[in-house]
Design a binder for this molecule. Structure first.
Ligand code: FAD
Length: 569
């Protein structure tokens, strides 16, 4: 019998430690093993992946490639520049592949892509081996234990998890790697010439880099930012398994912090260093295994004894939330990322509907509350640009844009403000911005948390709103965080730093700033915009509107929502 010839397909599992899928590939005792990464037009062409996330991905790829070469000097991460759906069937034939191995992905697009690839493999007589490893428990198995339903609360997640037994312990990293086989690519390949329907620009249209399947030098090299036509990233946060494991080691060394961590007590205004682990981007790209993270923390907690925190606020509790959203997404499918068609998501007639809904004319601004969608659109643009006139919100949005990460409670503040606690803009609009800017963007966690904050699913206490003034003040009286991110206000007295419009002219002058204008129609140096609205008034309006929407009680799968007749209600 011929020995296996295996492609190991890296995707969001860019690590060697605790990789059940990689272990399964090596257990086949292959004659040759190709560790590959394929470009995917779904990600490359979508305007969604910001520069910071690209840089983080490249960091993870480079680090992994070096680690592979340490195990076998002939090996590395081989990058191929074509969509996996069209590329892999050609590789199966040209490289005489017997097995394709990869880590399971339950994202909506991931499932669709993998189904196509698995079919092509079956047609080519290639055996496919898939192992879960992205979550604590296999998300599909959790759904099965929850009677096929999505896990919409921590209690439901924990009950389903208990039925599956303890979280699996991590598997050891490999200590050897077979040679890669020959890699002929003299078959016809498909530069993805079908343009996306948005206006492609150089940032998202690296077609020149696409032309050669194996890269400009035919060496399957990892792409660079320059080659992609991208300007340098602005984030100080760098990726890679080596960095991730070092960060985890440092965390675990601080036994007290690790064992007594309570999320609600960590400050969203703390920076350099931040108050939480900042391990989320590593988990997203799989540079850190979530099970490794879980067990390293749990072992500290077990040894710590009395005084250790417990889920949901503890560190392991945070990882359980992650699994909760993944399993909810696994059960609901592609509709999880939107309201339309999602029976678990409440329908709210937002002043500014989602992009998709306004494109199709499905929803319109709610006339009752004297805000038209143009006004709400302007609020949305000012929120995105960090120019709302509320320094706490603006500081967070500017940090997000520049660094690709903000603290969880900072995300709460800006998400509540944009949706049911201020602007009354559809959560899908905000989720789109996060999708573009977050280093840790995770489809399940992003959609799930936006639903939570907008009170459309997971959480229903819409009368509890975050104040854009007092919430920040609670953590940071002097406004140091604001001074860091909104330098226009850095000399303003602490008395006015959260409400600069209240500062008398002479205090503004003394601080070298004028509070004037709307921030969008050209901004003079030394100015900071007036607030977009009177927050207490807006809070009242939003709560009233939410009350009415809850009273009507429509969900995303209601035919009246889907055909737009909700307006008649
Ligand atoms: P820590 O507090 O150190 O927590 C450890 C890990 O637990 C995190 O790395 C993360 O993987 C997980 N975790 C913590 N809180 C949550 C949570 N509420 N939901 C899911 N997982 C959690 N997280 C993402 O990973 N990707 C996203 O796209 C994302 N979008 C969000 C959007 C909104 C509107 C909100 C409110 C939260 C979002 N989160 C998202 C959740 C959370 O804010 C981040 O996971 C967390 O802030 C990351 O920082 P950290 O690694 O320091 O977290």
């Amino acid at each position: 019998m011929t020995k296996p010839r295996v492609i190991y397909w890296f995707r969001t599992d860019l690590r060697l430690h605790d990789s059940p899928a990689l272990k399964a590939a090596l257990d086949l005792q292959p004659a040759v093993l190709w560790p590959i990464f394929t470009w995917d037009p779904h990600y490359v062409y979508r305007k969604r992946g910001g520069l910071n996330r690209w840089q983080f991905l490249l960091d993870c790829q480079n680090d992994l490639s070096r680690s592979l070469t340490k195990l076998n000097p002939k090996s590395k991460l081989f990058v191929l520049r074509e969509a996996p759906q069209t590329l892999l069937p050609k590789l199966f034939k040209a490289w005489k592949v017997t097995h394709l191995v990869f880590e399971k992905d339950t994202d909506a697009y991931g499932r669709e892509r993998d189904t196509l690839v698995e079919k092509a493999a079956r047609d080519a007589g290639v055996e496919v081996v898939v192992r879960p490893g992205r979550t604590l428990w296999d998300s599909d198995a959790l759904v099965e234990k929850h009677a096929g339903k999505p896990t919409m609360s921590m209690a439901q997640l924990q009950a389903a998890g208990a039925k599956l037994g303890p979280v699996p312990r991590p598997v050891p990293a490999p200590d050897h790697l077979p040679d890669p086989g020959e890699m002929p690519v003299d078959f016809e390949h498909d530069p993805p010439n079908a343009k996306p329907d948005h206006n492609a620009d150089r940032r998202t249209d690296p077609e020149s880099a696409y032309r050669k399947l194996a890269g400009p030098n035919d060496d399957f090299a990892i792409e660079t930012m320059e080659e992609l036509g991208f300007p340098p990233a602005t984030t100080p946060h760098r990726g890679g398994e080596t960095v991730a494991l070092k960060r985890l080691d440092n965390l675990i060394r601080d036994k007290r912090y690790t064992a007594t961590f309570e999320k609600p007590k960590t400050s969203p205004a703390q920076f350099e260093p931040q108050s939480t682990t900042l391990l989320s981007p590593f988990l997203h790209f799989g540079a850190l295994s979530v099970r490794e993270f879980y067990w390293r923390v749990q072992d500290v907690v077990d040894a710590y004894g009395k005084g250790a925190s417990t889920p949901p606020t503890s560190l392991t509790g945070q990882l359980l939330f992650r699994d909760m959203y993944f399993a909810a997404q696994a059960a609901i499918g592609p509709e999880f990322a939107q309201t339309a068609g999602n029976r678990y998501c409440r329908f709210i007639p937002w002043h500014l509907p989602s992009k998709r809904d306004s494109d199709t004319g499905l929803a319109a601004a709610s006339g009752d509350y004297h805000v038209d969608s143009d006004e709400a659109e302007a609020w949305f643009q000012r929120w995105r640009a960090g120019l709302t006139g509320f320094p706490w919100i603006d500081a967070l949005m500017r940090q997000l844009c520049e660094e690709g990460w903000i603290h969880h409670l900072g995300r709460h503040a800006v998400a509540c403000f944009l949706t049911r606690g201020g602007c009354y803009v559809d959560w899908e609009r905000g989720a789109d911005v996060f999708e573009e800017w977050l280093l840790d963007h995770e489809p399940a966690c992003n959609a799930g948390n936006w639903q939570w904050l907008s009170c459309t699913a997971f959480f229903a206490q819409y009368f509890r709103c975050y104040s854009p003034v007092s919430f920040g003040q609670k953590w940071d009286k002097e406004g140091d965080f604001i001074r860091r991110w909104v330098p226009e206000l850095k000399n303003l007295d602490a008395k006015y730093i959260y409400e600069p419009w209240k500062a008398p002219l002479q205090d503004q002058k003394k601080a070298g700033v004028r509070v004037t204008g709307d921030g969008l129609s050209g901004r003079d140096e030394g100015t900071y915009p007036k607030p977009i609205f009177d927050f207490s008034m807006r809070r009242g309006v939003c709560i009233e509107a939410m009350k009415k929407a809850y009273g009507v009680g429509l969900h995303g799968d209601d035919p009246r929502v889907l055909n737009g007749t909700w307006r008649e209600l």
